[in-house]
Design a protein around this ligand. Structure first.
Ligand SMILES: Nc1ncnc2c1ncn2[C@@H]1O[C@H](COP(=O)(O)OP(=O)(O)OP(=O)(O)O)[C@@H](O)[C@H]1O
Ligand SMILES: [Mg+2]
Length: 221
């Protein structure tokens, strides 16, 4: 379960202070699939980053299964993020010099897991599951947009996260490919019980989530 209590984020900037998140209280249960919607610039990415500990709040708490994550040491926060959270972004952020297989196993290598063959097997299995059996040795530049995003999803799943935070995962895809990617996320949610929080501008897609969280002026409405 993810909870936020009185969550706040203020950006200090030469142009002035910006209170992006004002007192956000939120509970997301394990296994939920939640859409996060709101106008451009309202703070969806900021909220996802804080939920996933990529950024720190300026006030309030984020609890994952009861643990107040920002009270952990830097090292423990990094470990928590690597072990428990997967990220999918609008632009895939795959490493261009590496193949699909290598990109997917990268989190395992970075986490210091030694058995390369075991990592490779797992990456191969995931890519196969996501319909990319024939693309294992392609580099990102040799894949379609939808394929690149599926590789990014496989990479996000590599270390068996409890929660996947997806920031406009279909924003860069055509309608049909976006729907297919969304179908894939729904299937992973249903079959593996992974919690998904998905920021999206797409009303069709958010409408398919059981729950929609709407951000307006720094608050949830
Ligand atoms: N590092 C930063 N420093 C200062 N201001 C920032 C910083 N990051 C984001 N902001 C501001 O915070 C606000 C929220 O940004 P955020 O990226 O979370 O919006 P968003 O809802 O994801 O928008 P979009 O739908 O366009 O992706 C924006 O007005 C942005 O200018
Ligand atoms: Mg955003």
């Amino acid at each position: 379960m993810i909870e936020t209590k009185g969550l706040q984020k203020t950006f200090r900037h030469p142009a002035g202070e910006l209170n992006v998140l004002k007192d956000i209280d939120l509970t997301i249960k394990n296994g939920e699939m939640v859409a996060l919607v709101g106008a451009s610039g309202v703070g969806k990415s900021t909220l996802l980053h804080i939920l996933g500990t990529l950024d720190r709040p300026t006030g309030g708490q984020v609890l994952h299964d009861g643990t107040d994550v920002f009270r952990l040491s830097e090292k423990a926060i990094t470990e928590f993020r690597n072990r428990r959270v997967g990220f999918v972004f609008q632009f895939h952020h795959l490493l261009p010099e590496f193949t699909a297989l290598e990109n997917v196993m990268m989190p395992g290598l970075l986490a210091g897991k030694a058995d390369r063959e075991e990592l490779k097997d797992r990456a191969r299995g995931l890519l196969q599951e996501l319909g990319l059996k024939g693309r294992l040795h392609h580099r990102p530049g040799e894949l379609s947009g939808g394929e690149q995003q599926r590789v990014a999803v496989a990479r996000a799943l590599f270390l068996n996260p409890d929660v996947v935070l997806a920031d406009e995962p279909t924003g860069n895809l055509d309608t049909r490919t976006g729907q297919e990617l969304f179908d894939l996320l729904s299937r992973l949610n249903a079959q593996k019980g992974i919690t998904f929080v998905i920021a999206t501008h797409d009303k069709d897609l958010s409408g398919r989530c059981k729950r929609v969280i709407s951000l307006v002026d720094g608050k949830i409405v």
